[in-house]
Design a protein around this ligand. Structure first.
Ligand code: DLL
Length: 434
């Protein structure tokens, strides 16, 4: 279902006109109110009056996580604190968290975008939405919560964790929709199997709306099969708004529609920072054009993606982004070869007997990088003869070498030995940095 026909199916020419008008307002606003933006624009030799068309966006300086850190905590807000009704923060792996703020209007915008997101996944009034995204400084819980309420669904604000209780509630309340990270959804599926709960018979779950971390198509199939649901991918990041930046539609399940009436996407080459050719992959960059408290100009997400401009069967006119293939900063360089955890996942999920729980451990011996892939195998495989296990490990090793061009060791581990996630899964342990 389309939540907001007027905007979501707007003809492209009208959309572009709206984007330009909103972009101009945003640029004027940050220039007038945030000394940091003004200084960066002055250094780049550009003023708000220079933004005459959408192509002029390229003249504006980029914003990075480092810029946000330097202005910690509230330095990039464009309104006084007494107009900010909510803050969220993302911890990241190093340094200070990045802090983001919302006015009342921003909260309304966010709820509208999350209503669109959920409607695109087929969620409607009357659905019981089990919201297992974490509540707190993380944007997932509250972001999804307001959107689901605004849509008129019945929200169960359970947050992440306490998996047995999740399943009990799912059963007792007749939850029809699950919101969580994909890795937590699989964790829930495992615990259900242990408890002897059969989703088809015992539950009313129909659809899952998953995001906040990368997941492969194979992982999607696994979740759909084990929970007996449709699994929809949603994307967002705190700096831009939280969840509600882009969402897949149930009709096509093929690429996430970017809500372009609020965010302008660009794809740039991460080294030259020049735009890539149409349809090519690069770093995803966003400019927010309706946010009040915390607009961002050309924010570098570090996510690697491309844009699909062909129209979608669902009727939305927004461009789509396929699944994120990796991040510029979780790219591992193993003996000079670029390796993305998602590529390893792709190999693993294609092999029978291998479970969707894995971790990549990178280390250094002398001057040599080493990579060990630890992956769980099914109970049946684990209790198989040792020579079968060895053969399986060798097959995985070979497939990884063929696809990625890098040798690694493979350790098949017992079912349930890799730590389960309740939010974002930790896939890589890089001991070289310790
Ligand atoms: O993860 C917001 C969110 C909450 C999105 C719930 C979807 C659902 P951050 O914690 O700031 O915000 O992390 C943002 O997570 O730059 C991506 O690298 C990654 N990410 C988010 N969604 C996806 C996805 C939330 N669908 C960072 N696929 C982003 C792949 C994703 N990566």
């Amino acid at each position: 279902m389309i939540w907001n026909e007027e905007y979501e199916t707007m003809p492209r020419a009208d959309l572009r006109a709206l984007q330009l008008e909103r972009l101009q307002e945003t640029v004027e606003r940050v220039y007038a109110r945030v000394p940091y933006y003004r200084q960066k624009m002055e250094e780049a030799g550009v003023t708000p009056a220079d933004i005459k068309g959408l192509d002029d966006l390229r003249r504006l300086p980029f914003t990075t996580k480092e810029d946000l850190r330097q202005n910690y905590p509230f330095g990039l807000f464009t309104v006084p604190l007494d107009r900010v009704v909510r803050v969220h923060a993302s911890s990241g792996t190093t340094g200070k968290p990045t802090v983001v703020g919302y006015t009342k209007r921003d909260i309304r915008t966010w709820a509208e975008l999350m209503s669109r997101t959920l409607a695109a996944a087929g969620v409607r009034r009357g659905d019981v939405v089990q919201n297992a995204y974490g509540y707190g400084l993380f944007t997932g819980g509250l972001g999804a919560h307001y959107g689901a309420e605004n849509l008129g669904a019945t929200v169960v604000p359970i947050s992440g964790g306490q998996t047995k209780r999740q399943i009990q509630i799912m059963r007792d309340f007749g939850s029809t929709v699950l919101l969580s990270t994909p890795s937590y959804a699989l964790n829930i599926a495992d615990v259900m199997a242990d408890l002897g709960v059969d989703p088809q018979k015992d539950l009313k779950l129909r659809v899952g709306v998953f995001g906040a971390e990368p997941w492969s198509e194979n992982m999607r199939e696994e979740i759909e099969r084990r929970l007996g649901i449709k699994a929809i991918d949603i994307y967002g990041l705190s700096e831009v708004i939280g969840p509600g930046v882009a969402a897949e539609c149930l009709e096509a399940q093929n690429g996430l529609h970017i809500f372009e009436d609020h965010f302008i996407p660009e794809i740039v080459d991460p080294t030259t920072l020049e735009p890539v050719a149409d349809g090519e992959a690069g770093e995803l960059v966003f400019t927010t054009i309706t946010k009040e408290a915390f607009p961002v100009i050309r924010y570098r997400t570090k996510d690697i993606c491309r844009l699909i401009t062909e129209p979608c069967v669902c009727g939305r006119s927004f461009v789509r982004m396929p699944k994120i293939t990796g991040r510029t900063d979780d790219m591992l360089i193993i003996r000079g070869v670029n390796v993305f955890p998602s590529q390893v996942e792709h190999v693993l999920m294609g092999i029978k007997g291998v479970e969707p729980h894995y971790q990549i451990v990178v280390d250094r011996q002398g001057t040599m990088d080493t990579m060990e892939v630890q992956v769980e195998v099914s109970e049946a495989v684990f209790s198989d003869e040792i020579k079968h296990l060895e053969r399986l490990a060798q097959q995985i090793q070979r497939d990884i070498k063929d696809l990625l061009g890098v040798s690694c060791t493979v350790r098949l581990v017992e079912p349930k030995s890799i730590q389960r996630s309740e939010g974002k899964a930790k896939r890589v342990i890089d001991k070289r940095q310790l």
